[in-house]
Design a protein around this ligand. Structure first.
Ligand code: SF4
Length: 345
């Protein structure tokens, strides 16, 4: 049987092309995607149009960012033989469906999306009062419904977007014909992994450890990491639950090390420097094979583009089929069968 058949439920998820990925991407998405590619017919896409909703003014790095990000996807263990990778902007069908959905989506639905106001407040220095930014959940609905995905793997904060997608599907099916199944959010608990300064890990905060950071860089970053702020002296007992170093231990260290740090931090038996060195050692062990695969991928400059081209072709055949159904349901083209009647009179 071919790798991708319709006998498995379909999932779809995307990532904005932000370049080389950090451990937060691994924990928050990649790790899960790698598991899901075994069970589901998986569509993973480069959300380059979504990147434009916030980073529209300077597009000079998009191509590099796509290449670096997809290199990390494969280096981390996503397999283009098991999942379909594609680039959103290579499929104008997404823009068409977005436009058609925008006709039926009430403005109030978009203004209600919690991430809308939040991002406008948080992303200082950028004017997000644009048509594209308000409408990006509609574009997201088009991305998901185009492939009639049964599930959408998301974090808690994205659940309202999936709910909006379901509402748009319902409204479309109600006005025209039942074309779209309503997708479900596939929620997976994600372990917390704060950046080196204790804030959410993000490239813009310069607090992230990258999947491609060499061991010396990892060691340096880990040694500079914030710890439990209450543990000022070596002899003070600490609380590992308040420490970003312990977040990393929980993801990358073996159970006996996690257990030891959890115990010895609280009694001040272990010092922060030793604890950090231990964590860096296990983190580097995890990163070594990822970086080996990255080196192999980088030897062939065409590899990423070939993978994306192949996946985009596959996605295109599904997208074209969906758009034929959509246009027909909306009477934008003659209904199926009517064309063959034309000219018979
Ligand atoms: S011993 Fe480890 S877990 Fe405890 S505060 Fe120091 S770095 Fe954090």
């Amino acid at each position: 049987m071919p790798e991708n058949t319709h006998s498995r439920p379909r999932i779809l998820s995307g990532m904005r092309p932000t370049g080389r990925l950090h451990l937060g991407h691994w924990v928050g998405a990649l790790q899960n995607w790698i598991k899901l590619q075994e069970q589901y017919e998986s569509y993973y896409f480069v959300a380059d149009w979504h990147a434009l909703t916030t980073h529209y003014a300077d597009t000079s790095e998009i191509q590099d960012n796509i290449r670096e990000m997809v290199t990390d996807w494969v280096a981390a263990g996503l397999d283009p033989k098991k999942a379909i990778f594609f680039v959103q902007s290579q499929l104008p069908e997404h823009a068409e469906l977005h436009l058609l959905f925008s006709m039926i989506t009430p403005l109030g639905w978009l203004e209600r999306v919690p991430t809308y106001k939040e991002q406008i407040e948080n992303l200082q220095g950028r004017d997000l009062h644009t048509y594209g930014f308000l409408g990006y959940p509609v574009l997201q609905a088009a991305d998901i419904l185009m492939y009639k995905a049964a599930y959408v793997p998301v974090g808690e904060d994205q659940v309202p977007h999936v709910e909006l997608t379901r509402e748009i599907a319902r409204r479309f099916n109600h006005f025209y014909e039942p074309v779209f199944p309503e997708p479900q959010a596939l929620l997976t608990p994600v372990p917390r992994l704060r950046g080196t300064d204790g804030r959410r890990m993000s490239k813009s905060y310069e607090n992230s450890i990258l999947l491609c950071d060499p061991p010396e860089e990892v060691n340096k970053k880990v040694l500079s990491m914030m710890t439990d702020p209450a543990r000022k002296r070596r002899t003070d007992p600490g609380d590992p639950d308040k420490c970003p170093v312990f977040d990393h231990h929980k993801v990358f260290s073996p159970p006996e090390v996690i257990e030891r740090v959890n115990r010895e931090c609280r009694t001040a038996e272990i010092g922060c420097v030793e604890c950090k060195k231990l964590m860096a050692q296990h983190l580097n062990r995890f990163l070594a094979p990822v970086q080996e695969r990255r080196k192999t991928i980088e030897q062939d400059p065409k590899y990423v583009w070939d993978v994306l081209e192949e996946g985009t072709q596959k996605a295109r055949s599904v997208a074209q089929e969906t758009m034929r159904e959509v246009r027909s349901a909306m009477n934008l083209i003659p209904a199926q069968g009517e064309l063959s009647e034309v000219g018979k009179d």
